[in-house]
Write a protein that binds this ligand. Sequence first.
Ligand code: DLL
Length: 435
Amino acid sequence: MAEQYWQKELETAPRAEIEALQLKRLKETVEREYAKVPIYRERMDSTGVRPEDIKTLDDIRRLPFTVKQDLRDTYPYGMFAVDMKDVVRLHASSGTTGKQIVVGYTANDLSVWANLIARQLTAAGIGKDDFMQVAFGYGLFTGGLGLHDGAQLVGTTVIPISTGNTARQLTVLKDFGATAICCTPSYAMYLAESAEAAGIVGDLKLRAGIFGAEPWTEEMRRQIEAKLHIKAYDIYGLTEVMGPGVSYECSCQKGMHVNEDHFIVEIIDPDTCEPVPDGEYGEIVYTSLTKEAFPVIRYRTRDIGMITREPCACGRTFARMSKPRGRTDDMLIIRGVNVFPSQIETVLINLGYAPNYQIIVDRVNNLDTFEVRVEISDENFDDSVAALAAREKKITEAMRSLLGIGPKITLVNPRSIARSEGKAKRVIDLRKLTD
Ligand code: DLL
């Protein structure tokens, strides 16, 4: 029965109850980690904090942060808190920003994870009657198996297609009658364009999509929803903290509910590491409260977002996290101006372009150059050179008024920007090669 994954009493509990549960679990987790993970014990000893010093939730601030480098330094199993014989599965990050990291799960961890995905699917109205196409990558990436286990738990008919082969994805979507799909939002956009081109959108039974694993804007959500005639839900997570399902959207689509019975979220100023008030942007930090094999204390995600603890119209009282605006390491500093790819995307979609773009930054004679390549649609393909130049100018000006800096815009042919089956690569920063 799907209803069992809607834990009304817990998910709508008064904040004081949620926080009491968090404090109890925080104390347990800190004790366990102090006893079992040398790096946590050494850090706590060196700052003079002991597990018994955690008396209130605010005392979390006394605990040291964990960063990705710690996971690399202890690679592969140095931060595991259980004996390897109790670890039943491993996953790993893609390693695109350096050496890969590996994380593990006990049977109980997998069960908690599947339950949290089931909670999310239930909130999105996905259950027994649904056919869910899991087009996230399987294997070491957490997306495929993470969504798979939760979808199976709520009793959907799971279609474990994994990534790639767009023609086959479309055939399966249509012939197997998928009612829900999960993948990256950029791949959803590509599937939508391909379904339009094949003229099969009207034959699809899709009604919901679960998308995440990369930043995407509200504008992009609306485009995907309109093209595929579905409701698109955001899901957030990261390998180090669990995988997908750390937070998720309900049908209000007003931020992602953090699964606060299993995680504590904090927002900090990335420079000073001081807490940032609710409603203000900062770096998102997560502490796991129940994970056995790979617990984390104050993990700095490098994602930029904000949280609110105001109750949601759905009745849930778990804190909500904004869509991450990007990562601290995605933020481009161009001629001294901070630029997030999501800002570029917003301007493009508001001007009627599809979110198919690439940002190219370089340094020539010590000056940053800033170019955005934007795909035109088939309808605009025949525009005259003068009309295209006018379009480019209009985009440059719109970006200048938002960012304070105007990129060179180059309109490129339809479908000429490479599509990704997983996370989209939006930025090419050539300065990193020349620095
Ligand atoms: O991307 C886990 C995942 C799989 C999440 C499927 C959602 C769906 P990693 O490969 O470790 O794990 O990448 C984690 O991706 O720190 C964010 O920068 C980004 N990210 C994940 N979800 C979202 C989202 C998976 N909904 C990194 N919006 C995170 C924006 C996201 N960025």
